[in-house]
Design a protein around this ligand. Structure first.
Ligand SMILES: Nc1ncnc2c1ncn2[C@@H]1O[C@H](COP(=O)(O)OP(=O)(O)O)[C@@H](O)[C@H]1O
Ligand SMILES: [Mg+2]
Length: 340
């Protein structure tokens, strides 16, 4: 059983213009200890799904089970307790502008009634040290940069020692460098504090950098779910392909497309040293392999190679050579739209 189980969940909003089906029979299991990504274009239902996990929203039908507890039916008091176990951060940070940084973090600690005065003081310092901003304790949020605000948002979300951290487009308002810093901080939180993290994003760079597993959403449905490496190397749904494509730069130049060439895509992981294998197999079977383009991408902590290769030789020799390469665990694929 996962830390989060979404079971056949539907969410319908009733508006003046009629019903909006934000979620359509969603099933999703998120395992404990992961950094789990939810990607999709705007309006796919990502934020709605996240808000169901801490019961900011109730599903219209279906159930949401968090740490073994069905939260759809919780009463106010138990719900408040449950929420202390779930931290959340937002794209716009949502800090209290009229409170100092220290008081922003103090707020959920007071509210929880679990800590006495001196415990609260030391917890605030501990959290500020953890996010590297102890010197900002008495500043106000508008004196901080975007990245610093998000660090404070994170410190506040971690205050009551949650098991789960939900992030809704938490880096979408930040520049790439600051995004990297925040993602590194989230990774540290996942690894050191053993907190399960659910990240909503429309940026594949975020997924590539820290997620272990991903669900792809479209029109209120989860259309694909997989480990990051598998999702990037074998995307199935058209939406997934578009997302993956956005970071891999694996477009085939028109000039190559129109020519009468035998083209293959070679997918391999970093353990394999491709070039010597290619030249050895090429020599053995009298086939020339020309690397047209491609490259190596870092996915989570693995490297992933994706090369477009032209094979020159007789068809039977090429087939024999490709079979040999497959034995070396190189994933050889026909390039879509080509008759090889
Ligand atoms: N409170 C609401 N009232 C009415 N419609 C809503 C509300 N929240 C979201 N929606 C609609 O539900 C759909 C999914 O929205 P959302 O979950 O915010 O998607 P995402 O986060 O993927 O952009 C959209 O069509 C959106 O307009
Ligand atoms: Mg959203």
């Amino acid at each position: 059983m996962g830390i989060i189980e979404i079971q056949d969940v539907t969410k319908v909003y009733t508006t003046k213009k009629g019903e909006v089906h934000a979620l359509n029979h969603v099933n999703l299991t998120i395992e404990k200890g992961q950094v789990f990504g939810i990607v999709g274009y705007s309006g796919a239902g990502k934020s709605t799904l996240l808000r169901l996990i801490n019961r900011l929203e109730k599903p219209t039908t279906g159930s949401v089970i968090v740490e073994g507890q069905d939260i759809t039916t919780l009463k106010e008091k138990t719900l408040r307790k449950r929420r202390q176990n779930i931290g959340m951060i937002f794209q716009q940070f949502n800090l209290f502008k009229s409170k100092t940084v220290g008081d922003n973090i103090r707020y959920p600690l007071k509210l929880s009634k679990r800590y006495n005065k001196s415990e609260i003081d030391s917890r605030v310092d501990e959290l500020l040290n953890f996010v590297g901003l102890i010197e900002k304790k008495d500043d106000y949020p508008n004196q901080l940069s975007g990245g610093q605000k998000q660090r404070i948002g994170i410190a506040r979300a971690l205050a009551t020692e949650p098991d789960l951290l939900l992030c809704d487009e938490a880096t979408s308002a930040l520049d790439p460098e600051t995004t990297d810093d925040i993602l590194n901080l989230l990774k540290k939180i996942n690894e050191r504090l053993n907190i399960t993290i659910v990240i909503i994003t429309h940026e594949m760079e975020v997924v590539k950098k820290i997620c272990d597993e991903v669900a792809v959403m479209e029109h209120g449905k989860v259309v694909e779910q997989n480990k990051v490496f598998e999702l990037f190397t074998s995307p199935k749904h058209p939406v997934t392909k578009r997302f993956v494509h956005s970071v891999l730069n694996d477009d085939i130049p028109n000039e190559i497309k129109t020519s009468d060439r035998k083209l293959y895509r070679f997918i391999f992981s970093h353990q394999q040293i491709l070039k010597p294998v290619l030249s050895r197999v090429g020599r053995e079977f009298e086939v020339d392999f020309n690397i047209l383009y491609g490259g190596i991408t870092e996915l989570s902590d693995r490297l992933f190679g994706n090369l477009l290769i032209e094979a020159v030789g007789s068809s039977s020799n090429i087939n024999a050579a490709l079979n040999q390469l497959r034995e070396f665990n190189i994933d050889v694929r026909e390039v879509e739209g080509f008759e090889n």
